[in-house]
Design a protein around this ligand. Structure first.
Ligand code: IVH
Length: 681
């Protein structure tokens, strides 16, 4: 046997055993035997680097830690699901489905709703036949995700390559790209192990397995991801951006045939009574699954029926998530503390006697604002019901009073001054929150610095609570801009700072200068300007100067920016202190420009008329696509109409189009036109 043949044989054996172990949970060889196969393969590949391929099982952890994640567009938006919370809501949904389905078959599949994060995996034809993993994307905003391929590759239940035989078994065409979507979850045991490790390293614990899975998939070092024991369950399959199977049951079977792990707890249900039974069974199994679920997902099985039902803007009409109700516990409010945020907002927090609820120990819960405390009539010492739903943050829902739970006795008086700078606090008309309006309040500065350095903003590693507090205490930093003139001599003076950590922090600060305009806009802490808005502003205006010079009207031309946001932006830049801050950041060498998005002119001058129901796009989605390409959408057909886009049950508009000899497109035609611009003047 040649070396090349031996290598191929080892790879195929290892893949087979990985599939048995990580997908089917049915290993046939011992860990030691598996290690021996791996060891031999590694040795041969090291001796023959020319035979190494990226889909070799040895290459799950390859390459270096990433600097950050590249973004990439989804082939089709990753949508969300509408929710139902009880049998009545399921019955309403069932009725709507049957109405819209007309004479098409209505049967449902029931699956567990896995509590992790959804990812999309793109497979491309491999040179020697079969397919291999080319891209792994997080959901992101649904349109654009983050390229986390090197992390996904480390997950053992994700096949790196798929053989021709498997493609055949799943009835997928050879030589075509396809996409698998599903949920990445962290099993409870792996979650506990991860937190123990973090505790040893002095890092904050993850609050639950979902956060832990999400944090892990977005870790920059794949070798860490490889140790975290993530599992991928597949539930969707798209070929050329389209569903390819006859329905959801067929999809799950095809995914199984491809070698993916498909959650075994699934079934067919045909009535609301069946759904309720499936839910009850799932609730019983919940504690013993080993991973977390937060409900079940019901999907119309038949693909044709799915197409007829279509989508609302955010979710398919043919699926619904039944959410388990939140878990709750009773505990005592030991104190109420006030924290000051970077906008000066005062937030009361209940300090609770620690209690175990929904899988985690809770010792504090937000009380939102003064009105909330007032409305509940909450006293310090009261017993309260605390709920933790699918969401991470625990909520205080009501005061409990009975024989075992006597009322508290201490009224909480809302402070009239800021607990940090002792200036009077104010509450504006119509606002729920009290605010400290002192521009020099140290709490605001501290929170602004923490926000500026945080992940997702400037991402300055080492600029945590302790470092920021010391910088403030020593008067080294009085504004975000001062970070950029810190020196190594100043930093080594700080507690817990050695030469190395000082240099690392300075490097991190230096690196942040290149974060780009969107991050700067976010980092400034302008009210209501979060990641997406900052990104859109950066793309539209291309420089901080252009943003600062923009009028309300110009700002509001940006998608998602309304009067509330434009006013906040104008207010921010009208303050001299903020303008000085920008000047100083510029002087420090901060990059404050971005590439302006080219407005598409592909459909410039073209007018479209939409009529009838399109198979997958809603009217709004089709309109958005046309407008994004520079075209116009009109309500009625005339000689000026360039194209009529017709779906099912198109009426008189279609007749009119034929009469006037105007070209008629179906959805596929429209999408094709969007890909290849028409050659017309
Ligand atoms: S199907 C078009 N099936 O729940 C929507 N989603 O609340 C496709 N999820 O974003 C979703 N288990 O991350 C589907 N068996 C399952 C699921 C599932 C968990 C997640 C998914 C989705 C979220 C919506």
């Amino acid at each position: 046997m040649t070396v090349a043949a031996r290598i191929e044989k080892l790879r195929s054996e290892i893949r087979h055993h990985e599939h048995l172990y990580h997908v089917l949970d049915a290993p046939e060889i011992s860990d030691a035997q598996y290690d021996a196969l791996m060891h031999e393969l590694k040795r041969l590949e090291a001796a023959h680097p020319e035979l190494l391929t990226p889909d070799s099982p040895t290459q799950r952890v390859g390459g270096k830690p990433a600097e950050g994640f590249r973004k990439a567009a989804h082939s089709r938006p990753m949508l969300s699901l509408d929710n139902a919370y009880n049998a009545d809501e399921l019955a309403d949904w069932d009725r709507r489905v049957r109405e819209l389905a007309g004479n098409l078959p209505v049967e449902y599949t029931a699956e567990l709703k896995l509590d992790g994060l959804s990812v999309a995996l793109r497979y491309e034809p491999a040179p020697g036949g079969g397919a291999r993993l080319a891209l792994g994307l997080t959901r992101g905003d649904g349109q654009i995700g983050e390229d986390v391929t090197s992390n996904i590759r480390t997950i053992r239940s994700v096949p790196l390559s798929i053989t021709t035989e498997r493609l055949q078994k799943a009835r997928l065409a050879q030589g075509k790209a396809f996409e698998v979507r599903g949920e990445c979850v962290m099993p409870e045991a792996a979650f506990e192990r991860t937190n123990e490790e973090r505790e040893r390293e002095g890092l904050p614990a993850f609050v639950n397995p979902r956060n832990s899975a999400a944090g892990t998939v977005r870790t920059l070092d794949p070798s860490i991801v490889a140790t975290r024991g993530l599992v991928f369950f597949a539930y969707f399959l798209l070929v050329d951006g389209e569903y390819c199977a006859a329905g959801q049951t067929a999809t799950l079977d095809a995914l199984t045939a491809l070698g993916f792990r498909v959650n075994p707890h699934r079934g067919r249900v045909d009535s609301v009574a069946d759904m309720v039974k499936f839910i009850e069974d799932a609730e019983k199994k919940r504690a013993t699954l080993g991973y977390e679920i937060d409900g079940i997902v019901l999907k119309v099985d038949n693909h044709q029926t799915q197409q007829r039902l279509g989508y609302t803007g955010r979710a398919p009409r043919w699926a619904i998530a039944y959410k388990f109700t939140a878990e709750s516990a009773i505990t005592q409010v030991e104190d109420i503390l006030i924290t000051v945020g970077r906008s000066g907002k005062l937030t009361p927090t209940a300090m609770l006697r620690p209690v175990f609820v929904g899988g985690v120990t809770v010792s504090r819960a937000t009380l939102h604002n003064a009105d909330f405390i007032e409305r509940m009539g909450l006293l310090i010492g009261d017993w309260v019901k605390v709920e933790r739903g699918g969401d991470v943050i625990p909520k205080v829902v009501e005061v409990v009073e009975d024989q075992d739970h006597p009322r508290g006795n201490r009224r909480f008086s809302y402070p009239s001054e800021c607990p940090e700078c002792h200036n009077p606090v104010v509450r504006e008309e119509g606002e729920a929150d009290w605010r400290c309006v002192n521009a020099d309040c140290p709490a605001k500065l501290r929170e602004s610095l923490l926000h500026f350095g945080s992940r997702g903003v400037m991402n300055i590693e080492g600029l945590g609570d302790a470092a920021v507090q010391q910088l403030l205490d020593r008067g080294l930093v009085k504004s975000v801009a001062d970070l950029y003139s810190l020196t190594e001599e100043q930093l080594v003076e700080l507690e817990r700072f050695a030469e190395k950590s000082a240099r690392t922090l300075l490097n991190e600060i230096e690196r942040s200068k290149k974060a780009g305009l969107a991050r700067v806009l976010m980092g400034l802490g302008i009210r209501f300007v979060g990641e997406r808005t900052a990104e859109l502003l950066a793309q539209e205006f291309g420089s901080i100067d252009a943003v600062m010079a923009a009028s309300a009207e110009e700002l509001e031309r940006v998608e998602e920016v309304g009067p509330r946001i434009s006013e906040a932006i104008l207010e921010f830049f009208s303050r001299p202190a903020n303008r000085t801050l920008i000047e100083r950041l510029k002087e420090a060498g901060m990059v404050m420009t971005a590439e302006k998005k080219q407005r598409s002119t592909q459909f410039a001058g073209l007018t479209f008329v939409l009529t009838g129901a399109l198979p997958t796009l809603t009217r709004d989605e089709a309109k958005q696509k046309i407008e994004a390409a520079g075209g116009k959408v009109a309500g009625s057909v005339s000689k000026k109409t360039s194209y009529v886009v017709a779906g099912e049950d198109a009426g008189s508009k279609l007749d009119k189009a034929r009469e006037l000899k105007i070209p008629v497109l179906d959805e596929v035609g429209l999408l094709a036109l969007l890909q290849s611009p028409p050659t017309q003047a």
